[in-house]
Unconditional design. Structure first.
Length: 197
């Protein structure tokens, strides 16, 4: 498939544009470090991967129905992320030593990625562009989706590494780090809220 290189390049550019997933990854990596950032990335990757299964199977009707349902469910996710952002923003500096459990980071990442109807519809339009009309089989779509997901995963790990490095620099400025983390969590919620179909 000659379209894999353009797919990698296009996906890499997409990863550089921060959206709700990147905001959550940065927030968790800033506050809790690279390890918790990785758990968040694993969660967001699983969420996107589950959406891609629908795209690969070519279930256009299901994609539309899922996007409709997710539009209603996403508001609970928006409220939760904004709540976390405000709570973190207001935490005193000495709360920085408290590490949240890895399953919580993973769950937040998965929830955010899975409940974003804009991502689902975007992927349904984006992935088929890199499969020739004659090659539009489930294995070909699966290959394109796997490459897309892998590049997304690597890019998100780079976001986590960048943010955790910044978090280490900000360790002595605990209040500022909490403010930044809270701002990124709130931005993730706002990004999800603005993801209209």
């Amino acid at each position: 498939m000659s379209n894999l290189l353009p797919l990698v390049a296009a996906t890499a550019i997409l990863v550089m544009i921060p959206g709700p997933n990147a905001a959550l990854i940065v927030a968790n990596s800033l506050k809790y470090g690279f390890r918790m950032g990785v758990h968040t990335v694993l969660g967001t990757t699983l969420g996107v991967g589950l959406q891609l299964v629908l795209v690969v199977l070519g279930l256009a009707v299901v994609v539309e129905l899922a996007a409709e349902v997710l539009t209603w469910i996403k508001w609970a996710g928006v409220a939760y992320l904004v709540y976390l952002g405000i709570r973190t923003f207001r935490e005193p500096a000495d709360d920085l030593g408290e590490i949240e459990a890895a399953p919580a980071m993973f769950g937040r990442g998965c929830m955010l990625a899975l409940l974003n109807p804009k991502t689902l519809l975007f992927n349904a339009a984006f992935i088929p562009q890199f499969v020739g009309a004659a090659d539009a089989t489930v294995p070909q779509m699966g290959t394109v989706a796997a490459v897309f997901l892998f590049v997304l995963f690597v890019g998100d790990l780079l976001w986590a590494a960048f943010a955790s490095s910044a978090g280490r620099i900000l360790t002595r400025y605990g209040t500022l780090r909490n403010r930044l983390t809270g701002a990124f969590l709130t931005a993730a919620g706002a990004g999800l809220a603005l993801s209209n179909r």
